[in-house]
Ligand binder design. Structure first.
Ligand code: COA
Length: 322
């Protein structure tokens, strides 16, 4: 079976930054409460003219450009989202149209909330395997601000908008020295986090925060362990662990529980908040832009969230000649 590796990353976020102090003018909250409970200091919300589609297209366009791959060679387009502009057409179809990508390829969105990007990678691997394609554009994009109840202080302070994209390449892992792509995916139906569809009378995210916290801190270490076992590695061999950026306390709790080296866990939720399916590729893009992603590095990605769903992946960052 063929594996996946990352060639390039792209990202996008709205122009309008919303700080904790800005939110304290709308709901009964404070910078101190939000910072100590979550680690979040600010997030971005879309304004007029900015949407899930526009952010996804920008992120995918940057990833494509940075890869140097001929657009005609893109073999599938998969986007993880729960907050697309339309029920249909999908965000992926809009990426295809705007970037002028091939028509004779599979193009679809995946709904697995904050685990969506990991699911999307596995879907892309399967599609490239069955169609014989070589490259996929895999994007995570959310405009969660339109799903927020701005009178509910327990949820509206947590989430933000943004998009991240990776151009990934399928390769024959039996003939390669590069390590195999491995995933660990799962779900258990549970209403701990819900959001009614866009366009319904109440389009808002509701959450049992404590239950989700417990779920996250038990799931993340198990998922990382499973990925390590399936890829036959130990944590010392991993360069970066990029968890879904929901809450700093969740990630710190897991680091402690696993007795893992904290410096391997990348965090940027302080300035983006929780961007659900977009958070992992946005983090990868930021790492790329800061020069932290070096060709050949080993990555573990971990998503968890509504569904409830979870997903872990091991893959390598191949990069491109800059
Ligand atoms: N500002 C100030 N006070 C707030 C508040 C806010 N934004 N949101 C809630 N509170 C209040 C509550 O009303 C409650 O007040 P009370 O004791 O008078 O009833 C108090 O703070 C404590 O609330 P509680 O829900 O017990 O807080 P918590 O310690 O569980 O922290 C979360 C809340 C949401 C930060 C925490 O549960 C969490 O991080 N959960 C995981 C959420 C998550 O990451 N979800 C996405 C996963 S993909």
């Amino acid at each position: 079976m063929r594996s996946l590796r990352i060639l390039s990353c792209g990202g996008a976020h709205p122009k309008r930054m919303v700080t904790n102090d800005d939110l304290a003018k709308i709901v009964d909250t404070s910078d101190e409460w939000i910072t100590t409970r979550t680690g979040i200091k600010s997030r971005y919300f879309c304004s007029e003219g900015e949407t899930a589609n526009s952010m996804a297209i920008e992120a995918a366009s940057v990833a494509l450009k940075r890869s140097g791959v001929d657009p005609a060679e893109i073999g599938c387009i998969v986007t993880a989202t729960i907050s697309g502009d339309y029920a249909t057409p999908s965000i992926s179809c809009m990426i295809q149209k705007e970037l002028g990508l091939p028509e004779e390829i599979p193009v679809l969105d995946v709904s697995a909330a904050c685990s969506g990007f990991i699911y999307a990678l596995e879907v892309a691997r399967g599609l490239l395997e069955s169609t014989g394609g070589r490259y996929a554009l895999v994007t995570g994009c959310e405009q969660l601000s339109k799903l927020l109840d701005m009178t509910d202080r327990s949820t509206c302070v947590l989430f933000g908008d943004g998009a991240g994209s990776c151009l990934v390449e399928a390769f024959e892992d039996e003939q390669s020295e590069q390590k195999k792509f491995v995933t660990s995916l799962g779900a258990k139906g549970d209403m701990a986090i819900t959001a009614e569809g866009v366009g319904t009378a109440k389009t808002r995210i509701q959450m049992d925060g404590k239950e989700v916290f417990r779920f996250a801190v038990s799931t993340i270490p198990k998922c990382i362990q499973d990925v390590l076992e399936k890829s036959n590695q130990v944590i010392d061999e991993i360069d970066w662990i990029v968890c879904h950026q929901a809450n700093a306390r969740i990630i710190e709790h897991c680091i402690k529980k696993m007795k893992a080296p904290a410096e391997k866990f990348y965090m940027n939720l302080d300035h983006y908040g929780n961007t659900s399916g977009a958070s992992i590729p946005m983090a990868l893009n930021e790492m790329y832009e800061q020069g932290l992603l070096i060709p050949g590095q080993n990555l573990i990605l971990v998503g968890f969230g509504a569904g409830l769903t979870w997903g872990g992946a091991f893959l390598t960052y191949k990069g491109v000649d800059r």
